[in-house]
Design a protein around this ligand. Structure first.
Ligand SMILES: [Cu+2]
Length: 353
């Protein structure tokens, strides 16, 4: 069959209303390149009735071992203890695992993961804590953990620092102080770097300021990334927190008047720029989350790879409001979602502390 480019992907009608065409072509694709996962015969009447861009059916989150809805808020504070010097120690166990992940109904991606999920666990600590990551490589390939923060050379997680590459069956402990406060990330730094990142080895590291952030009703993690499912160094699918179109199918519930904080990170490989656009609203933007003063009041920002920041907003009106990449092609290939904004007091008491 013809080479599958992401533009052909769009043209062949794999997305959108042409479900029947899509199924045929997907099977073709599976036979060509991938082990077929369980068939998903079910049709989602909502999707068919309303017909937004998106896939018919649902991936098997249980089999994947993670659900993007949970990843929004599953901050991992580690195993906590106190060091002799009084510092808080947060300890994490990370395992690199090769794992097939169903990234779209019927499409498996042979991923490389930290702890079996994409993105990996969300490290969350307070500025000045000690972070210790016990890393075991159970993958068939050498990997590292390179964190974006301030640390010694030995802890940089690159091939020429400290132990260098951590081979199959090997382990290493990365340890450093949590600084500076902000929205950070980690990823594998083995070469070829683009491949190791694109396969799924990345995650978020949120470091809270000592005095904490101001109160918010919701703190949501969003890691923007893509999938190059045919390994031609172009992405065929785009996503937030692992699964394309997830928050379109499962809108994020909030109330009018809620203060929402989003920790947004771009780890997209192969495309130079990603973006975030919020509908019917504006947000304060804090680049890298390293200041308590926003730099901009806007409804659209862009990030290149490893750029990240913090967004804060409150909805004035109820409705089902989109958020998506304003690289519209990315949106059509999976990077789109919705906030389901309820009228204040619709579900519970109207008071928020
Ligand atoms: Cu790697």
């Amino acid at each position: 069959m013809a080479k599958i480019t992401r533009r052909n992907f769009l043209k062949t009608g794999l997305l959108g209303l042409a479900g029947a065409v899509g199924v045929t072509t997907f099977e073709h694709l599976q036979q060509k390149t991938y082990a077929a996962p369980n068939a998903h015969e079910g049709h989602d009447p909502h999707m068919e009735a309303h017909g937004p861009a998106g896939f018919i059916g649902e991936v098997d989150h249980e089999r994947n071992g993670f659900n993007p809805t949970d990843i929004l808020t599953d901050y991992d504070y580690g195993t906590v203890s106190t060091l002799e010097n009084g510092q808080t120690l947060r300890e994490y166990d990370f395992v690199a695992l090769d794992k097939n992940i169903e990234v779209a109904p019927g499409i498996e991606f042979p991923a490389w993961t930290y702890n079996g999920r994409i993105p990996g666990p969300t490290i969350r600590a307070t500025e000045g804590d000690r972070i210790r990551i016990n890393f075991v490589n159970a993958s068939a390939h050498p990997h590292t953990i390179h964190t974006h923060g301030i640390h010694t050379f030995e802890m940089d997680g690159v091939p020429n620092a400290g132990p260098g590459l951590i081979g199959t069956g090997e382990s290493y402990t990365y340890e450093f102080d949590a600084e500076p406060f902000g929205v950070h990330l980690y990823h594998c730094h083995a070469f070829p770097l683009a491949r190791h990142i694109a396969k799924g080895l990345y995650g978020a590291m949120i470091i809270d300021p000592k005095e904490g952030w101001p109160h918010a009703d919701h703190e949501l993690l969003m890691v923007m990334h893509g999938y190059d499912i045919d390994f031609d160094d172009e992405n065929e699918l785009y996503a937030v927190n692992g699964i394309p179109f997830h928050y379109q199918k499962h809108p994020i519930p909030i109330n009018v008047g809620d203060k929402v904080r989003v920790f947004l990170i771009n780890i997209l490989e192969f495309d130079l720029i990603n973006s975030f656009h919020l509908h019917a609203n504006f947000f304060d933007y804090y680049p890298t989350g390293t200041s308590l003063t926003p730099s901009e009041y806007t409804d659209t920002i862009m990030q290149t790879q490893a750029q990240r920041g913090m967004l804060e907003f409150t909805y004035k009106y109820p409705g089902n409001f989109m958020f998506h990449a304003h690289n519209t092609e990315f949106a059509e290939l999976g990077w789109t979602g919705n906030f389901n904004v309820q009228a204040e007091g619709a579900e519970e008491g109207a008071d928020h502390e």
